[in-house]
Design a protein around this ligand. Structure first.
Ligand code: PRP
Length: 182
């Protein structure tokens, strides 16, 4: 496949993504069997494609909702200050809450969300994260369901962006350092 000018290489192709998403969904279907109140909460914008693909493979009853967050400063270098700018429409009290994230970088976003959701009296709160950069993690927060560990490179595609571009690439690609001035 011809890559856009700013993309150096394909890190995870669409076949590998689909296979891993199917494995994650199968595990979730087992783990949430019998749950009557699962709510899957996608974190905008980055998780919109992952959440759409994952939830369409869920056979357990569930509802879908979204939140949007803003971090102060550059998201790649932010200081850990996170603010909720769009909340779920559905209440979380008494629910099994599954947070769906595209990537855990410093971990501050997921740490904030888990604490925030836990304060609302849910039955459980877990996370399903497609990509994790272990070398970048600062906050001590756990991922219950993980797609792939990746190195510290700027990734785009499958929901992930650079300056809001490249989110709809069907694969996960590595951005050329020259694209963001390194
Ligand atoms: C990205 C990503 C995660 C967060 C992870 O969102 O989607 O939500 O950063 O970073 P952290 O682990 O360092 O907190 P971003 O702020 O880029 O917004 P977007 O999803 O709208 O692209």
């Amino acid at each position: 496949m011809l890559l856009p000018d700013d993309v150096e290489l394909t890190l995870i192709d669409s076949t590998a993504i689909a296979a891993r998403v199917a494995e994650l969904a199968a595990t979730l279907n087992d783990d949430y069997e019998g749950s009557e109140n699962l709510i899957v909460v996608g974190v905008l914008k980055g998780s919109f494609i992952f959440a759409a693909d994952l939830t369409r493979l869920l056979t357990v009853p569930h509802q879908v909702d979204f939140v949007a967050l803003s971090s102060y400063g550059d998201s790649a270098e932010h200081s850990g200050l996170v603010r909720l700018i769009m909340d779920t429409r559905l209440p979380l009290t008494g629910r099994d809450v599954l947070i769906v994230e595209d990537i855990l970088d410093t971990g501050h976003t997921l740490d904030y969300l888990k604490r925030n959701f836990l304060s609302r009296g849910p039955k459980s709160v877990r996370s399903c994260v497609l990509l994790h950069k272990p070398s970048r993690q600062e906050a001590h927060v756990s991922i219950e369901y993980l797609g792939f560990e990746i190195p510290d490179v700027w990734v785009v595609g499958y929901g992930l962006d650079y300056a809001d571009r490249y989110r709809t690439l069907p694969y996960i690609g590595v951005l050329k350092p020259s694209a963001y001035g390194r």
